[in-house]
Write a protein that binds this ligand. Structure first.
Ligand SMILES: [Zn+2]
Length: 497
């Protein structure tokens, strides 16, 4: 006997998602129509039509929906989620000034925890079941403990990539307290939680980051690094890592946007992967989102969203914007040569794969990112019967990449546990998360003072010149209507928002 889907999910019970279109993301990219996915314990037990299920299995009606593996984000500064949207108009320089130089130190352990908890809940809600928390606000081990405790209070899969922008990598990695923390918190079990190291390589020829890489090697932990970030990290950093033997298959190169072919060859030759944050690269300015050239080097790609201080925390946005940026560049490069692109190289299936299997590859997790028997049961059902966008369901990969959004995420399982059911998060006290985040915002605002808080959110706009138009009969600068409009616009920019 099975129960209807209205029944509250119960831990430990098998779950079957009935009658969906299943993106298995297996090696052949198999898509199955009108099949069931059975989850028993923490694993996918079976995928197929009209499955027999154990007694007491919870039923979820997946008809008309898409069942896919939980998505994986390989680079997200979760502690910054408490500042959601604040930096929407920032450049990368303004971000660096705000967090690295001026205000990052104001974050207390409880503020890191507040951001992490919100980011974790937000990820689950949008079907992102694994997140690498690129946690570079860990000024003290107390901050790190708070970060991990917050993650572990939300039932997702997390990798804490330990970092500290307030000290040099060779300083904080040498701290015995940090090393003890990493030893204590690491699991290495391929379970729900693990740790990495997160730091950047400036390209200083003395390669001071060598000591930090040696700590990582000593501890047996992978390193994630912001690479190819215009004005911050470049080819020299890649060359130094490679020549000193620290470019390894576990290494994740985040952005890798402003690099030469030589750096891509070094990354490809050593088996590393690239985490592309297209929304971030497009507006912050690390470099053009690199998938259009990374593809030619055969380097594995995963997707990430970077930080909610600017961008959206769902990977639907990441898939969509990555397709757009890649195709845009492919057309642009062709037009420069007078050519026309008649067949697109990057397909919707590719970005869905990067959002699932790509993340699993980056993390060395063959048991994630696929819906095949034996895989870990991180499962997402996209289904929204109330939405006119839910049908017709003709091209499932295209539907995920260009049509679906976080509001369409109906059911989410992590490690076989139902964490979102019928569009509602299960056992999440969102009001408590909200109170915690409000306390952080209040603290920062009071600590900075109102003027600094406001001006941080409203960066100065460079002056824009309107070009003279040769097709206008009158000089528009002397035209009174135009002058009045321009004046109104200036007033608007001056703060009358
Ligand atoms: Zn980042």
């Amino acid at each position: 006997m099975t129960e209807p889907e209205s029944a509250a999910p119960q831990a430990g019970r098998p779950v079957v998602l009935r009658g969906g279109t299943v993106l298995t993301m297996d090696d052949a990219g198999t898509v199955l129509r009108d099949v069931d996915v059975l989850v028993v314990g923490d694993r996918v037990a079976a995928v197929g039509p009209a499955l027999e299920v154990p007694e007491g299995t919870q039923e979820v009606d997946a008809t008309g929906g898409i069942v896919m593996p939980g998505m994986i984000d390989t680079h997200r500064h979760m502690w910054q989620a408490a500042m959601r949207g604040y930096g929407a108009d920032w450049s990368l320089t303004q971000y660096f000034v705000w967090y690295y130089l001026e205000h990052g130190r104001r974050f207390r352990p409880e503020d890191v925890a507040a951001g992490n908890r919100l980011a974790a809940v937000e990820a689950l809600d949008s079907g992102v079941t694994t997140v690498v928390d690129w946690s570079h606000g860990l000024q003290t081990v107390d901050h790190a403990e708070a970060a991990v405790d917050a993650l572990q209070s939300v039932p997702g899969r997390y990798v804490l990539a330990y970092g500290n922008i307030q000290a040099a990598p060779w300083e904080w990695t040498a701290d015995p307290a940090v090393q003890a923390f990493l030893e204590r918190r690491r699991t290495g079990t391929g379970g729900l939680f693990d740790v990495q190291l997160a730091f950047d390589v400036t390209g200083d020829p003395a390669f001071p980051e060598k000591a930090a890489f040696e700590v990582a090697r000593e501890l047996g932990l992978p390193v994630s690094t912001h690479a190819g970030v215009w004005g911050a990290t470049n080819d020299e950093g890649i060359r130094l890592m490679h020549e000193h033997g620290f470019a390894t298959p576990e290494t994740v190169y985040v952005h890798a946007a402003s690099l030469s072919p030589d750096s891509y060859h070094r990354i490809a030759a050593t088996g590393g992967s690239i985490s592309v944050s297209t929304e971030s690269e497009q507006s912050a300015g690390q470099g053009y989102p690199p998938t259009w050239q990374v593809r030619a080097h055969g380097i594995p790609v995963s997707l990430s969203m970077d930080t909610s201080v600017w961008w959206s925390g769902d990977l639907f946005s990441a898939m969509r914007t990555t397709l757009g940026a890649d195709r845009s560049r492919e057309h642009f490069e062709a037009h420069l040569k007078g050519d026309t692109v008649t067949q697109l190289s990057l397909r919707a299936q590719h970005v869905v794969s990067w959002a699932t299997r790509g993340g699993a590859t980056a993390l060395g997790r063959d048991d994630l990112g696929r819906l095949v028997p034996g895989a870990k049961a991180d499962v997402v059902l996209i289904k929204n019967d109330a939405s006119p966008v839910s049908f017709p369901l003709l091209n499932p990969y295209g539907h995920v990449a260009f049509q679906a959004q976080r509001g369409d995420v109906h059911t989410v399982l992590v490690d076989g546990r139902v964490v979102k059911s019928a569009h509602r998060l299960v056992d999440v006290d969102l009001a408590a998360v909200r109170r915690e985040v409000e306390a952080t915002v209040e603290h920062l605002r009071a600590d900075m003072g109102e003027d600094v808080w406001q001006s941080g959110m409203d960066p100065e706009l460079p002056s824009a010149e309107v070009l003279d138009n040769p097709y206008q009969y009158t000089d528009y600068r002397s035209d009174s209507t135009h002058a009045a409009r321009e004046e109104a616009f200036e007033r608007h920019l001056a703060g009358e928002r």
